[in-house]
Design a binder for this molecule. Structure first.
Ligand code: HEC
Length: 127
């Protein structure tokens, strides 16, 4: 007779629970609408996926200031300024402490290609 093994099932459920908790953790801090598709999007070139993966969303939102300024605010600040892209890339890689209560932490581990995708996206966010 084929016996179902309850211990196996229980272990499997536990893993599912952990996976779900992790996913929830990763999704916290995102703006609900714009990032809804990020879970399924192919990794790499999608700025939403990258902003989640590198946990930028914990401190940044599209339009609301959190610990860090809203992307729309950053975009407005740099609009029409040719050095915007360069500055933003530098801040992503090296971090910044402009005097506010919070730091922008450095992210030297982010490949240039991915930093560029995020910078380009951030600078194009509109209110
Ligand atoms: C721990 C919170 C935190 C995290 C995580 C974080 N930031 Fe920031 N970020 C900040 C703060 C605070 C500032 C404002 C820094 C200042 O000027 O003092 C900032 C500023 C910025 C700026 C504005 C740069 C400028 O020139 O004005 C950009 C762009 C930015 N962050 C992008 C990102 C990206 C992309 C990520 C993920 C790779 C990220 N941040 C992760 C807190 C964070």
């Amino acid at each position: 007779m084929n016996r179902v093994r309850p211990d196996r099932i229980r272990a499997c459920n536990a893993w599912l629970g952990i996976a779900r908790a992790l996913l929830t953790f990763l999704l916290i801090g995102t703006s609900a609408s714009a990032d809804a598709q990020s879970g399924t999007a192919a990794a790499g070139a999608d700025p939403h996926v990258l902003l989640q993966r590198y946990k930028c969303s914990i401190c940044h939102d599209e339009t609301q200031a959190k610990a860090g300024p809203a992307y729309a605010e950053i975009a407005r600040h740099y609009r029409g300024r040719s050095y915007g892209r360069r500055n933003v890339l530098r801040v992503i890689k090296q971090g910044e402490h402009g005097g506010g209560p919070w730091n922008m932490p450095p992210h030297p581990e982010i490949p240039d290609r991915e930093a560029r995708v995020m910078a380009q996206y951030i600078l194009a966010v509109h209110e």
